[in-house]
Design a protein around this ligand. Structure first.
Ligand code: GLC
Length: 535
């Protein structure tokens, strides 16, 4: 039995990118009222918690990940009253609300930074990372911005450089400074006090940098054509041992309140990722596991990823899986339309908390963005090599009307061409659509304790087949996924007693009893339960 305070363990999280979810006031940009209007949809989908990308006042240089006031709401998204109404309405719908906490950097327009840059002896100078240049006048070291160029920006007025891991408009806070820590803890308390259920912490592995600011080593494996920041490793600029103390402090703030959750954004190799659970689980309850975002889409690679992850988890740590987010290409484009259904079954039948990205449940595709429509600063700074993130941030496709029911105006990003057919209204009316599949998977997961909490047990299978069991105390189910396009027949010896199809990704075999071998079509996944006869 899962304790109430651990609700997040068996939850399905749904990421809303507020700019693109639902516009209620006809300005082409989504807003809080729009999210409230769409709560019935989210409830019908069956998800448990919404994570909202930033809604705070921001100059929008990085679309809200450059915050100028941590405890306000940007007028573009609405008002604080509307936010409070959202929390209340969500609670009535049984939905939790997770906010995006961006503590690594602020906007350069944040009053803290305005003060900090005012003079070398300003009390807030040390809230950010200021360094003298090299004797030749160049930047303090070789660290690179993830969005292109040096990570150091010279401030002519005071003659020093400040550090920015991302845009120059996103100066990094100095987390070695106690006042910074206290200020962000107070921000957390402000929102937790309003009834928010937790935070997804932006770039949490970036918070602490090397105390000596040593040069980063060159990346011997850099591949030409990849983003320029990959030319150096981030040995000294990220993932420093002291970061875990900072995260444990954040966790203590979370634990001052009941039933809250700390989620960390961490892009690191597995053995480093798992350290973010913290010493004796004092860190993030959910260090996001992004391995499926870049996994080669074949059965053996994914099987290895799952097995490695399961075996590296610290004792007592709870797993989690993510299929998409606002920084990575859409899953339906990565793995193809047919396999997107198999991916859905994988996400919702693996052991652990599942996070899905808005629109993936209707199979939204990566949208090609014409050069003159690019909004993403990453693409603007590093054009033409495919780093742009606009294509996965296009408006939610609600119906076939103008602007896909997202807005009455021209949306801030173009709509996908296929929106007149691939939209919530159409797919909801089709009992075999990908949306119906997502609903069925989420409902089944809720119904079957083995799916929610059962152990993961891989089962040997040939070729394109990924086969595993989820084993509860006195029952188990089997999941068989065909990651290939060819039909496959699985010998009865590999599926054992599990002979009743509970769900197929095609939604047309429920209740079927398997006699002998299990035949799977190309791109088909099934969940099998024990049939009555099999005992
Ligand atoms: C995170 C966000 C991304 C943002 C970056 C800088 O990776 O997910 O969208 O650009 O941090 O804040």
């Amino acid at each position: 039995m899962i304790h109430k305070k651990d609700w997040w363990r068996h939850a399905v999280f749904y990421q809303v990118y507020p700019r693109s979810f639902q516009d209620s006031n006809g300005d082409g940009v989504g807003d809080i009222k729009g999210i409230i209007e769409r709560l019935p949809y989210l409830r019908s989908l069956g998800v448990d918690a919404l994570w909202l990308s930033p809604i705070f006042p921001s100059p929008m240089a990085d679309f809200g990940y450059d915050i100028s006031d941590y405890t306000g709401i940007d007028p573009l998204f609405g008002t604080m009253d509307e936010f409070d109404a959202l929390v209340l309405a969500a609670r009535h719908s049984g939905l939790k609300i997770i906010l995006d906490l961006v503590p690594n950097h602020t906007s350069d327009q944040h009053p803290w930074f305005v003060e900090s840059r005012a003079s070398r002896d300003n009390p807030k100078r040390d809230w950010y990372i200021w360094r003298d240049g090299k004797p030749d006048g160049g930047p303090p070291n070789n660290w690179l911005s993830e969005f292109g160029g040096s990570a150091w920006q010279k401030d002519e007025a005071t003659g020093q450089y400040y550090y920015h891991a991302f845009l120059a408009q996103q100066p990094d806070l100095n987390w070695r400074n106690d006042a910074v820590r206290t200020a962000i803890h107070d921000v957390m308390r402000f929102w937790l006090g309003k009834g928010v259920d937790g935070f997804r912490v932006d770039v949490i592995w970036h918070l602490i940098k090397d105390a000596e600011f040593r040069d980063n080593p060159a990346n011997p494996h850099y591949v030409e054509g990849r983003p320029p920041h990959e030319k150096i490793l981030t040995q000294y600029s990220t993932d420093q041992p002291e970061v875990h103390g900072v995260i444990a402090e954040m966790r203590r703030v979370i634990d001052e309140f009941d039933e809250r959750v700390l989620i960390g954004e961490v892009y690191l190799p597995l053995h480093r990722l798992v350290t973010y659970y913290g010493n004796e689980l004092s860190g993030a309850q959910i260090p996001f596991n992004f391995m499926l975002l870049s996994a080669p889409w074949n059965a053996r690679s994914i099987e290895k990823i799952v097995t490695d992850y399961e075996s590296e988890l610290p004792v007592g740590a709870w797993p989690n899986w993510v299929l998409g987010n606002h920084d990575r290409p859409r899953v339906a484009s990565r793995v193809g339309k047919e396999q997107a259904r198999v991916a859905a079954m994988l996400l919702l039948t693996l052991r652990g908390t599942a996070t899905l990205y808005y629109g993936d449940e209707i199979g939204m595709q990566q949208v090609a963005i014409a050069p003159d429509q690019v909004r993403d600063p990453f693409e603007k700074n590093v054009p033409g090599i495919g780093v742009g993130r606009d294509g996965c941030r296009t408006p939610m496709q609600w119906d076939a009307t103008t602007s896909a029911g997202f807005s009455t105006a021209k949306p801030w990003l173009p709509l996908a061409d296929d929106y007149t057919h691939e939209n919530v209204a159409n797919l909801d009316a089709d009992s075999r659509s990908i949306l119906s599949l997502y609903k069925a998977l989420i409902a089944l997961r809720r119904e079957l304790p083995e799916l929610m909490a059962g152990a993961y047990q891989p089962v040997a299978a040939p070729g394109d087949i990924l086969l595993y069991r989820r084993e509860g105390a006195d029952a188990a189910i089997v999941i068989a996924l065909n990651l290939g396009t060819e039909p496959v027949s699985l010998a009865s010896s590999s599926i054992g007693f599990w002979r009743e199809i509970l769900l197929s990704t095609f939604l047309d075999r429920e209740g079927e009893e398997i006699q002998g071998a299990l035949d799977l079509r190309g791109n088909e996944g099934v969940i099998l339960g024990r049939s009555a006869q099999a005992g």
